[in-house]
Design a protein around this ligand. Structure first.
Ligand code: HEC
Ligand code: HEC
Length: 332
């Protein structure tokens, strides 16, 4: 058992090191990352502060409200929300698991420490409220929240509280979404469909629409495609984000140290789910610098000459190699 654990930790370290130095599909925000920490410093996973300590804070009530909004977004801000109706019925927590505290569960550990930061998608410095509104307009296929509203202040306060022990510019180990290694082939919607039927359909349903709770306004199992799902401008629409999210978190119960899906299954599921219909959004203002587009951003034009289909499904290695060559040429 001990030896097994050591091997596991070693493997994780390798993955983490690769992610930190390679970040093939990051949104081009590398320039704002601090110097990568040594493997030893990075070996510990981030642990969220103890929730019961919120009561010690002067703005405890606001932080708790932010926590509540992130867990139960639809109850307040969904189509039948009690505060206002500006989003699709999903909760932030559906994608930012355990209210943004789960290791490799798309957690918020690096938000307070790295924002405001430059993002290639908008071509601008983004504050935390701006980043939250990105998710409202894309992942929640809705409208931006007034940045002066109590709701926005509450969510920002909670996210800042979560990251309060992380040093400026530090990206803790296990922050965000894990990078699943690229396959040598294109990801396959056909293969993904078979895996979907076996491992996902029981909860997310054959039509991908999920299942409502008895209140008929919040989801027990959130939708994966269709009109109530995230739109095609959302992060999960990129195959690497979807594959990484499900690899470490789905089917429900999976975690980074006890994954259920193989790498191939994760990529093929991403291809299947993201080949299904979903809302779209005008993204003509996104990626003002086209060479800053991530490898798996599926909408052209591209600076590297590869097709939209290859940018969506892969194979990604040839794109990565060509981009590296172009970069080297520029340097020479
Ligand atoms: C459908 C899934 C989904 C939902 C729902 C969602 N998000 Fe996100 N969110 C993402 C993805 C994907 C990313 C980008 C992660 C990456 O690229 O590593 C992200 C990124 C973020 C970030 C930046 C994280 C960082 O470290 O840079 C913040 C902050 C954020 N979301 C807040 C929210 C809030 C608040 C809500 C609810 C109002 C929300 N999100 C709802 C999928 C979602
Ligand atoms: C046992 C039920 C269950 C199974 C099986 C399951 N999921 Fe989920 N899934 C959930 C729940 C519940 C959530 C929301 C988690 C939360 O809010 O804490 C979720 C969230 C998600 C999300 C992010 C939110 C969204 O709707 O976009 C994705 C993507 C996802 N699941 C994909 C999958 C895939 C792919 C599979 C198959 C490998 C799968 N799930 C299997 C229950 C399940």
């Amino acid at each position: 058992m001990k030896l097994f654990q050591i091997i596991l930790v070693a493997l994780l370290l390798v993955t983490v090191t690769l992610t930190v130095f390679d970040v093939p599909t990051s949104e081009g925000n590398l320039s704002t990352l601090a110097e990568p920490k040594s493997a030893e410093e990075k070996s510990e996973f981030w642990i969220a502060p103890d929730h019961s300590m919120i009561s010690q804070e002067v703005n405890a009530e606001l932080i708790e409200y932010g926590y509540e909004l992130i867990k139960n977004t639809a109850s307040y801000l969904g189509p039948k929300g009690s505060v206002m109706a500006i989003s699709n019925g999903m909760n932030c927590q559906n994608c930012h698991l355990d209210a943004g505290t789960k290791v490799w569960g798309n957690n918020y550990s690096a938000v307070a420490s790295t924002y405001p930061k430059f993002r290639e998608r908008s071509g601008a410095y983004e504050t935390i409220p701006k980043r939250i509104n990105d998710c409202f307009e894309r992942s929640l296929n809705g409208k931006a929240l007034d940045t002066n509203s109590r709701e926005m202040n509450a969510m920002v306060s909670y996210i800042k509280w979560l990251g309060k022990d992380v040093q400026k510019n530090e990206v803790p180990n296990g922050s965000g979404i894990i990078q699943v290694p690229f396959l040598d082939r294109a990801a396959s919607p056909e293969k993904g469909e078979v895996v979907y039927q076996a491992k996902c359909e029981s909860c997310h349903q054959k039509d991908g629409a999920g299942v409502f709770n008895a209140d008929n306004k919040t989801y027990a199992f959130p939708p994966l495609w269709g009109e109530h799902s995230y739109n095609s401008a959302a992060g999960l629409y990129r195959l690497s984000r979807f594959a990484g999210y499900v690899k470490a978190n789905m089917p429900l119960g999976a975690s980074h140290d006890a994954p259920i899906l193989s790498d191939e299954e994760a990529w093929d599921l991403a291809a299947f789910v993201n080949s299904k219909p979903r809302p779209s959004k005008d993204i003509s203002k996104d990626w003002p610098n086209i060479s800053g587009k991530p490898i798996d951003h599926p909408f052209g034009p591209f600076a590297d000459g590869f097709s939209e289909a290859q940018h969506k499904y892969g194979p990604f290695k040839p794109i990565k190699e060509k981009r590296q060559a172009l970069k080297n040429k520029k340097k020479a």
